[in-house]
Design a binder for this molecule. Structure first.
Ligand SMILES: NC(=O)c1ccc[n+]([C@@H]2O[C@H](COP(=O)([O-])OP(=O)(O)OC[C@H]3O[C@@H](n4cnc5c(N)ncnc54)[C@H](OP(=O)(O)O)[C@@H]3O)[C@@H](O)[C@H]2O)c1
Length: 400
């Protein structure tokens, strides 16, 4: 009897403890839920605030770039796309431009346009950044002593279209490293000390939203852009107390020569702006954010994609980029067929210089680096495109 009593007592005790545990677990879960909801509310409110701060404030009260940073800007990769749009937008604000790209002809054409349209001074320096270390001593000599207030490290290359790592030609891998990573690092190394001396300056580095997460089919390109982002953030931290802004710009797709592999990405739209529209937005963010997509619809895209777990993101990217590559595959076949039937291989219309000349003065040109030729499949049905086409047919390349 006594043992039955004690068993009943024990049972009541255990069930009371369990119900207490359940109610305190409920309390704990309620607290966790409240914290989570508060955090999400804070994130959304902070996101809305940063959207306003980074993207709208600059539109409402734009910065006087010349007053803030100085009279001269250097822009790499400025004869097309985003770089050209930067040159035009900065010149329209009265900034003199030092233009750096490969093609002497295109540089001079762009410089003439800036001088005539905006009445600014220009200087052209033809350089092929794919040549690596050898070009920088001459570049440094040309830029020495110049009061450069803004450096736009824009030059960059991607593959001709998304592809698997082993299908990327070795030459393109070197270009990706030399142009996307080395050029930005060395241009900064040449120009930043002068900015530090003067106590003011802005460096805009073109990273990319491709580095938001690892991106299959653009593996090396995305990795080079992750470097640019990390590099920019670190040196911004190092030099912000010296009056220098280093901005990491991370756009999604912008309709330029680089996105010509896809019809959809070649037509400007809300999510794929033209280079001019993109740069007009991006420049307004300069003093308000040191790490931004530069364009508010891209920032919304960034938020949405940040929520997706990495594996699902990569699975989706693989599928989307496979589809884009398949489109490109068909276009190259179609174009090769057309060229073949016309009996022409096609070539770029503008030639590039191979000379190395001494330092230039305003309005003049000299060239650093050997001949540059474009390998883009969209200028011509080149050997490059044929071999890429062949590599796309390798059995391990799987189209969905
Ligand atoms: N378009 C996009 O969707 C997108 C998205 C995110 C980030 N980005 C980044 O934005 C930057 C600009 O891209 P974009 O789309 O404007 O490219 P783009 O239209 O292909 O223009 C590239 C520019 O770089 C120059 N260039 C190319 N190779 C060069 C070399 N070896 N040496 C010197 N100059 C060279 C080209 O001029 P020449 O041919 O006359 O030399 C051209 O002016 C890149 O860093 C890119 O990664 C672009």
């Amino acid at each position: 009897m006594a043992s039955a009593d004690s068993f009943g007592f024990l049972l009541r005790q255990v069930s009371r403890d369990i119900s207490q545990l359940i109610s305190s677990t409920k309390d704990i879960l309620a607290i966790i839920g409240a914290i989570y909801a508060a955090k999400k509310t804070f994130d959304i409110s902070y996101g809305a605030y940063t959207l306003f701060k980074n993207h709208l404030r600059g539109q409402i009260s734009p910065l006087n770039l010349e007053k803030s940073f100085g009279k001269w800007a250097v822009i790499t990769g400025c004869t097309a796309g985003i770089g050209r749009a930067f040159a035009e937008e900065l010149a329209s604000q009265g900034i003199n431009i030092i233009l750096i790209s490969r093609s002497r002809t295109r540089l001079q054409r762009e410089a003439n346009k800036l001088e005539q349209e905006f009445g600014v001074e220009t200087e052209c320096i033809p350089v092929d950044f794919s040549q690596g270390r050898d070009i920088y001593a001459a570049l440094e000599t040309k830029l020495k002593g110049r009061e450069i207030g803004i450096l736009v490290n824009n030059v960059g290359v991607m593959y001709d279209y998304p592809m698997m790592f082993t299908d990327v030609q070795v030459e393109r891998l070197w270009q990706l490293v030399n142009i996307n990573i080395v050029a930005t690092t060395m241009m900064t190394q040449i120009i930043l000390p002068g900015m530090v001396e003067r106590g003011r300056g802005a460096i805009i580095n073109m990273a990319s939203s491709a580095s938001l997460k690892p991106t299959p089919q653009m593996s090396v390109y995305a990795a080079t852009k992750a470097y640019i982002d990390y590099f920019s953030r670190a040196i911004n931290y190092e030099y912000k107390s010296k009056g220098i802004i280093v901005q990491s710009l991370m756009p999604f797709y912008v309709a330029t020569r680089m996105t010509r592999f896809s019809d959809a990405l070649s037509k400007p739209s809300l999510l794929v702006p033209s280079a001019t529209k993109y740069v007009q937005h991006a420049l307004c963010t300069l003093s308000y954010s040191t790490r931004t997509t530069g364009y508010w619809p891209h920032t919304l895209q960034w938020w949405f994609l940040s929520l997706i777990p990495e594996n699902i993101y990569m699975w989706g990217a693989m599928r989307v980029l496979n589809a884009l590559r398949r489109q490109t595959h068909n276009r190259i076949r179609h174009r090769s067929g057309q060229k073949g039937s016309q009996g022409s291989t096609g070539s770029m219309s503008e030639s590039d210089s191979t000379t190395i000349e001494p330092s230039s003065s305003i309005g003049s040109i000299s060239t650093i680096g050997p001949s540059a030729s474009s390998s883009s499949v969209f200028y011509s049905a080149t050997e490059d495109s044929q071999s890429n086409l062949a590599s796309m047919d390798k059995p391990h390349v799987k189209f969905d």
